[in-house]
Design a protein around this ligand. Structure first.
Ligand SMILES: Nc1ncnc2c1ncn2[C@@H]1O[C@H](COP(=O)(O)OP(=O)(O)O)[C@@H](O)[C@H]1O
Ligand SMILES: [Mg+2]
Length: 355
């Protein structure tokens, strides 16, 4: 069973290196961990490895470890026997069994519970499938394992949220796929590629993009990476009112960076994080008085704090010491601040904000 062609577009030095590396390691059976922000192409990389491997004619089976509650994920991976839980009307093979002789892709592996991590580790060590509700271990399967995550597993290990032994099992070969904004040379080629794909049917008016609009697409920082670019191009093609897309046809985020905003500014509603950020950066309040008590009293959520930290890191170009200053804390508070973020899982990988 072949995948539908994992063609990695892009000829930036990073992409070329990645493609070479894929060719080099595909023939081995080594486990691979693919990391990078959401939408950078981690799954596509996994498919490309599979396609270049001797297993290419067998199944490539993807499992999203984040999408399912623990018990369902267990049965999804390992299968279950009839009657093992409500709704288990018949024996069902797990994805690991379906992927036998092929490749299993464990997406968002960082979201697995610790118990699931334990089950996965046991499987990786023995290759034996323990179906849900079965009293004996089942058959041994032979799968190549590729895992992916957008989380920093080493941070998670430090916080006791990810098993170190599992990390070392999965991380035999590591691929990091850089965000699109760090390989802008790839964007023009990708635009052409997606444009061709979405206009192929001739069902739409759009056939091309005017140079100004094209430039806006290249300049935009693409926080959602290739997935966002792909979606924007599709939307432009499907909803386009001119044969060649004009700047005015672009989504608001893209128009605004050129100062040709057609809609009134301040369109984006201020978020909780925006307000808190302003209270500190502009009104001089400290993190300990403006944010900390609200969070401890659950008036604001962890996500609010994470968004706030993200804003800080963007402003401080990835330097937590400067974030600490921006949030009006004393230098002596730096350690306490980092500890707080770590403990409450609000620490973001600073590297992504370095420029
Ligand atoms: N280099 C690339 N060339 C062509 N398409 C890509 C590339 N990288 C990502 N894509 C496309 O972008 C979308 C998101 O990629 P995906 O692999 O699902 O990202 P991730 O798993 O990192 O979130 C998919 O539709 C994928 O085909
Ligand atoms: Mg993905």
């Amino acid at each position: 069973m072949r995948t539908d062609g994992a063609q990695l577009i892009g000829s930036s030095s990073q992409m070329l290196e990645l493609k070479q590396e894929i060719q080099r390691i595909a023939r081995s059976d080594a486990k691979v961990l693919v990391t990078g922000e959401s939408g950078v192409g981690k799954e596509l990389v996994a498919k490309a490895i599979h396609e270049h491997s001797p297993r290419a004619d067998r199944a490539f089976v993807a499992v999203n470890c984040a999408g399912l509650p623990e018990t369902l994920l267990e049965s999804e991976l390992f299968g279950h026997v009839k009657g093992s839980f409500t709704g288990a009307y018949r024996d069902k093979p797990g994805k690991l069994e379906v992927a036998d002789e092929g490749t299993i892709f464990l997406d968002e592996v960082g979201e697995m519970t610790l118990r699931m991590q334990g089950l996965l580790l046991r499987f990786l060590e023995t290759g034996e499938l323990q179906k849900v509700g079965a009293d004996r271990t089942g058959r041994v399967v032979n799968v190549r394992v590729i895992a992916a995550t957008n989380r920093n597993l080493q941070d998670m290990i430090a916080q006791g949220q990810f098993r170190e032994d599992l990390f070392y099992r999965l991380n035999v070969i590591h691929f990091w796929v850089p965000p699109l904004r760090e390989r802008k040379e790839d964007i023009p080629q990708m635009i052409d590629h997606f444009l061709k794909r979405f206009t192929k049917s001739n069902a739409y008016l759009v056939t091309g993009i005017e140079p100004d609009a094209f430039q806006s697409l290249v300049d935009y920082p693409w926080p959602g990476n290739v997935r966002e670019l792909e979606n924007v191009i599709e939307r432009l093609v499907v909803t386009g009112k001119h044969e060649h897309v004009k700047v005015e046809d672009l989504p608001a985020e893209l128009r605004q960076q050129r100062g040709v905003s057609l809609r009134p500014k301040r369109e984006r509603r201020r978020t909780v994080a925006d307000d808190l950020f302003k209270r500190m950066a502009e009104d001089g309040e400290s993190f300990w008085t403006a944010v900390y008590p609200l969070y401890m009293q659950r008036e604001i959520t962890r996500q609010n704090v994470r968004d706030l930290v993200r804003k800080g890191l963007e402003e401080a170009r990835g330097n937590y010491k400067i974030v600490c200053k921006l949030f009006n804390m004393d230098v002596n508070d730096y350690k306490r601040f980092l500890n707080f973020l770590r403990k409450h899982d609000c620490q973001l990988p600073f590297k992504e904000y370095r420029q």
